[in-house]
Design a protein around this ligand. Structure first.
Ligand code: PAF
Length: 278
């Protein structure tokens, strides 16, 4: 495994690999089982595996969130070494943004709801960094976890609208033993909030399992009530959306794939999760 801080050095190393497929897993570090599942899938499907570790300042709309985001590069590199990664890019902010990125992306409608509506500038920042990383790595396939369900829709819109020849590969959510979706933010939870957090998946999976026995509005109310019954979790939103367009759904459909997407405040930590609804 080779670790680069300079994008030109990674580009040079990749130049002899272009005859095979290049797979890419972009991350912000603080790696967990979810990231490793992306790397493993990438390893199975691609000849060369590239991972980036870069905490992208332009996608944080809250300076405290950026300051507190866990940074564990040494442990991350050890995990990537055992996952048989070929190349890792760990650039500085100046290396990725030699000058301020003023680009404003048009993702259509998929960034206007849920996270996009509540975190102004977040998805534009994701677009800025992912497009820069795609320009460096020029990968054939890029792997993203479905925990960030809306992010995948946004990145797909970006590749289609701005002509990136990259196949976006969505990968299933990895959960901790008690059902909490694996996330770098989980390690920031207090013991009290960590103990309550499994209620998020428990509520969504129980109510999604009997969704058609009630209205969409009733299901949303029940999910919210179950989670807030913990006394320490606050539901910011629970939306039922068309899984492709992310448009809100207010009646069950037999033709449209549906997804329940949630954001929950757990003390100072904001958690997101989602579930398919049959
Ligand atoms: O999902 C993430 O970790 C980040 O949003 C990404 C895609 C690496 C861009 O910074």
């Amino acid at each position: 495994m080779e670790v680069f801080t300079q994008k030109s050095a990674l580009e040079r190393a990749l130049s002899s690999r272009r005859d095979g497929t290049v797979g890419f897993v972009p991350t912000m570090g603080a790696l967990h089982e979810g990231h490793i599942s992306l790397v493993e899938r990438c390893r199975k499907e691609c000849d060369t595996v590239v991972v980036s570790i870069f905490v992208n300042p332009t996608q944080f709309n809250d300076p405290n969130d950026l300051k507190n985001y866990p940074r564990t590069v040494e442990a991350d590199l050890a995990l990537l070494l055992s996952a048989d990664v070929d190349f890792v890019l760990t650039p500085s902010v100046e290396e990725i943004y030699p000058e301020k990125d003023t680009r404003v992306f048009d993702f259509g409608t998929v960034d206007k709801v849920m996270e996009g509506a509540r975190r102004p500038g977040h998805f534009n920042g994701v677009g800025q960094v992912v497009s820069r990383l795609f320009d460096i790595v020029r990968c054939d396939r890029a792997y993203f976890g479905e925990k960030d369900f809306q992010q995948i829709a946004v990145i797909r819109a970006m590749t289609e609208r701005y002509g990136y020849p990259v196949e976006i590969v969505p990968c299933p959510i990895v959960r901790e033993a008690d059902g909490l979706a694996a996330s770098s933010r989980n390690r920031l939870l207090t013991p009290e909030h960590r103990a309550a957090a499994p209620a998020i998946y428990e509520a969504m999976s129980t109510e999604a399992g009997r969704a058609r026995t009630m209205s969409v509005a009733e299901m949303k109310r029940r999910v919210t009530e179950r989670i807030e019954a913990t006394g320490v979790l606050k539901v910011e939103y629970f939306s039922v959306v068309d899984a492709l367009t992310l448009e809100e759904i207010d009646a069950w459909s037999d033709t449209v794939p549906m997804r329940g997407c949630i954001a929950v405040q757990a003390g100072a930590v904001r958690l997101i999760d989602n579930i398919a609804i049959a």
